[in-house]
Structure formats: C-alpha cells, structure tokens
Design a protein around this ligand. Structure first.
Ligand code: SF4
Length: 518
C-alpha cells in the first residue's frame, strides 16, 4: 500500500496480489471501483503510494477530524458542525458527485479518501482512548457526508452496501395495514425530524398539526423493517415500532441506523488493526510517521510562511505594545508580554516562546531587537544597553536564524508549548489555561471582556477536563462573537491549535468587519 518516492519496494511488499488488488490495478473507472462517494471502508487499499503521500494525505484528514473534535467539545449541534466542516471538506477531502468532474479526478478523490481513512486506522488503533476518539469523529464525518449526498446518491449508497445492511423497506400496503400503530409509535420522532429540517432550512420552526403529520406519513414517509436486535438504542428510547421480532424505523432515522452500523464496524476493525500492529512495527519506514501523526492529533502544523507580508506592515517595536495589536493576542502571548512589560525581564523559555510568536506575527529582527532592548533597559531596571547587547542580542538574532546553526525557527504551536516544563517561580511561559490558578484565569478572562458567569464556567470546565485548546477556541469565539456572526467561517475551521493562528484569525475578522462597515 505504500512505497518510497525513489526506491521501489517490491521486495518488501506486505500484501499478496489478491483479486481486489488486480481490480485496483486494472485501471477501472472511479464509479466501478468506488460505487459511492461515501464509504463503509470495507476493503483495505492495496495499491502502492509514496511515504510522502502517506503522511500528507493523513494530515489532511487529521485537520478535518481535529475540527470535528473541537466542535463536539464545544457542544455544537450537528447542523453547525456540518456548516463549519463544509469548506474544510472541500479543501482537504473533496468528494465530488459523479456528474460534476471527469472520471479520473473522481477516482483520485475517492482513492485519497479511502487510503487516508486506513492510514489513520493505523495511527489511532493503539489505545482505547484514541480508538474511541477516532470512531466518534469518523462517525460524525460519515454522517455529514451522507447528509451532503443527494437522495439518489443515498439510495445508491444503500444499494452498494445492501449485503451489509439487513434492511427492507415495507410496501405501501403494509404501511397502511399498520398505520395506526406506526403513527402512535413513531409520530413524535417523525414530527421532530420534520421540525429540525424546517428550522435548518427556513431559519424558523413551524408547528405541525396531527393531520399534517398523518398526511406526511401516509404519502411520504417510508419505513425500514429490520431485526429488532439491530436497534436496541432506538427501542429503549421508544422511537420505533416493534412487532413480531422486527423493528419498524421511519426513514427519517435511517442516518442514525447507518451511523450505528458504521461505528460498530469501525470499532471492531480498529481492534483487529491493533492486534496486527506488532507485525507492522517491524517496518522502520512507517513507525516514525505514525508516531508523528498521533502526536499531531492535537495540532496540525501552522504555516507561518503563508502570511502575506503586506498584512504585517503595521507590526513594529512600538505597535506591538498598543491595544490595537495586543487585542488580537491569545492569552499565552498576552500573559508573557504583560509579564515582560511589568518586570523588564523574561526568563529563557518565555523569551523563546514570545520571541517566536512575535516573529510569526511579522516583527522583523531589527524591530525585535529594538523592542527587547527597550523592555530590558527601561524604567528602574539596572540593565545597560551594553549588558543587553552582550547577553541577549545573540539570543534574539538566533531566533531569526542569524546566529549559530542558522536555523529558521518556527513559532511554537500549542502542543509544543504544552509539552514544555510548566513555568516555575518567576517564569511566565506555557499555556495560561493550564498553568494559571483558576481565580487568576478568571480575572484574565474578565480583562478580555468575558463577564457572563455561564461563559466563564464553560471555559473553566474545559480547563478542568484538560481541553486547553478547546478552552482557547471557546474564548476566541466569545471575544469575536460579533465579527463571527457577520463573517464567513474561517476556511481552515475554527479550532485554535497555534497562538499565531489565533492572532491571524482575529486580525482577519477585524479586517472583514471593517470592510463590511465601510
Ligand atoms: Fe496559547 Fe494555545 Fe494556550 Fe491558546 S491554547 S493560550 S494559543 S498555548
């Protein structure tokens, strides 16, 4: 399934040439190989891909799963998660309908989706916790994709997996025979589904009378008949009719059925993958890549080079101490800079963290030297310029790759910050959501403009569940409520996994808001 870019690995191939592999290699069209654009991922991929593709594709899917994880942690309803995910899916995991593109592109999209699902199975099968997380997020992804398909595609999907799904749609005669029972058992479920649909589509929910509901069931609703043991959760919630060993489920609940099937199947497959892992771990090419990917579950790399330098033209030694700029800082950078300004000093880890953050927002090396020199030598401090130049100038230039090994260091992401030792006495580095005592965190939240006790409680709850980046993302949403309501959702999703991402998003929203107001 994988190969290195330059060296062919025929001698190390792990899979036998099965009928399925011959199918993939025969160049059949996308529609023949992948019958539907949403999948139950029943057959593992068997063609070779490069190690670079292996890693890059997995990162693309990881970005989507991280966003889902973050949305769920912030208790977003399904419709909102779907709206947040749409642009992300288009960017990283497009799965176009058959009529929209040529067969080769469709095959490539579906192949990528297929391969990277299985790559991430390898990454997330290792512990119970990771397996649960993966199943939960993949199931949500499945639900979103299914609901994005047209009704015709949904039928095609069910046909493609008919052997897997023990379903039968009842005939109209059967439906009319037991109409009263069906109405009594499932009427409220169908009503709720219709109300949810109407509030998502029209922006308001209307009432549905009993007569309207009966008419809908009679003329439109289909019922799926399946063995009752397949849907214990629906039976215990009294959402379906049970008769003679069969459950009758309204088709408005079919996505729930599919999702249960998908997650049960995936949980079982992940366990099997976990049991096969020891054999895979003999492969010295994959192990580092898999380790790196599982580390990255909480943070996808932030690309500092993608920032337009023109947008950083107002960043200089004096502007970065003004509210107009610091209002866009995440709490970690704010806390560090406040500590520097108050004490005219920052210890090593703090200098690294803040220095790289400032470099990431566009502060040039000359302006950085001006800023640090001023802060270290100002006020009642005893430090002279000479001492600063002797002891700290090298350190600042080093961050910019101008000294020592001349490495162009990147700003730290949240995972790196959280992996460093916690700040000791007199230190201010780290993530304040993890490192500040609750009362101090709350007063910082107040200073950021968050006063509602309920809002503060949810942030503190995230912190006590050790979901620091979720707490930070929530704070971002609370402090940018107005702009987020008018602007489009950020193309790369909302989850904050990097302090510079927080800064960039905040500035983008401000610019968008200014344009709207102009
Ligand atoms: Fe900074 Fe990340 Fe912590 Fe937010 S979650 S304060 S960006 S380290």
């Amino acid at each position: 399934m994988f190969r290195q870019a330059k060296r062919r690995t025929a001698g190390r191939r792990n899979f036998e040439q099965t009928k399925a592999s011959l199918l993939y290699q025969s160049g059949v069209s996308g529609t023949a190989t992948y019958a539907s654009r949403t999948s139950f991922y029943t057959v593992p991929p068997l063609e070779e891909i490069t190690l670079e593709e292996f890693e890059q594709w997995a990162i693309d899917r990881l970005k989507v799963l991280i966003e889902i994880e973050s949305c769920v942690a912030r208790s977003k309803p399904f419709r909102e998660i779907e709206a947040t995910l749409r642009p992300l899916l288009l960017k990283y995991l497009p799965l176009s309908p058959e009529a929209s593109l040529n067969a080769a592109t469709i095959l490539q999209e579906r192949k990528k989706d297929h391969y990277l699902h299985f790559i991430l199975r390898l990454v997330f099968c290792r512990t119970e916790d990771l397996r649960k997380k993966f199943v939960k997020n993949e199931t949500i992804l499945f639900r979103i994709r299914f609901s994005l398909m047209t009704p015709r595609e949904q039928i095609q999907f069910k046909d493609a997996y008919s052997s897997k799904l023990p379903w039968n749609y009842i005939t109209n005669e059967e439906k009319m025979d037991m109409f009263d029972e069906l109405y009594a058992s499932t009427g409220s479920t169908i009503r709720n589904a219709l109300l949810a649909e109407s509030s998502a589509g029209a922006g308001d929910s209307t009432q549905i009378s009993s007569d309207q509901l009966k008419l809908h069931i009679r003329n439109t609703e289909n019922f799926i008949k399946l063995p009752f043991e397949k849907v214990p959760h629906l039976i215990s919630s009294r959402l379906v009719l049970v008769r003679a060993g069969h459950a009758y489920v309204p088709s408005s609940l079919q996505l729930n059925l599919l999702a249960v099937e998908f997650s049960d199947d995936l949980s079982a497959c992940l366990l099997r993958t976990f049991q096969s892992l020891p054999r895979l771990e003999e492969d010295d090419r994959l192990l580092p890549v898999l380790n790196n990917l599982s580390h990255n579950f909480s943070s996808c790399e932030y690309d500092a080079s993608s920032i337009d330098p023109a947008l950083a033209s107002d960043i200089n030694a004096s502007s970065i101490t003004q509210d107009t700029i610091t209002q866009h800082y995440p709490l970690c950078a704010l806390h560090l800079q406040r500590s520097l300004v108050a004490n005219s000093h920052l210890k090593y880890q703090g200098r690294q963290q803040l220095g790289l953050f400032l470099k990431g927002i566009g502060l040039s090396v000359d302006e950085a030297l001006k800023f640090w020199a001023h802060q270290f030598t100002k006020g009642a401090t005893t430090m002279t310029m000479e001492k600063f130049n002797k002891e700290y100038k090298y350190n600042i230039r080093h961050l910019y790759g101008l000294e020592g090994a001349r490495i162009n260091y990147k700003p730290w992401d949240c995972a790196t910050i959280l992996s460093k030792p916690r700040p000791g006495k007199g230190e201010s580095h780290g993530c304040p959501y993890r490192d500040l005592p609750v009362d101090s965190l709350v007063s910082n939240l107040n200073e950021m403009g968050i006063h509602d006790q309920q809002d503060i409680n949810v942030v503190v709850d995230d912190v006590s569940s050790r979901e620091y980046t979720v707490a930070c993302t929530r704070v971002f949403e609370l402090t940018h409520k107005k702009q987020l309501a008018t602007a489009k959702v950020a193309e790369d999703g909302m989850h904050i996994s990097h302090p510079n991402l927080y800064f960039d998003r905040s500035r983008q929203l401000e610019r968008a808001d200014t344009k709207v107001g102009a």
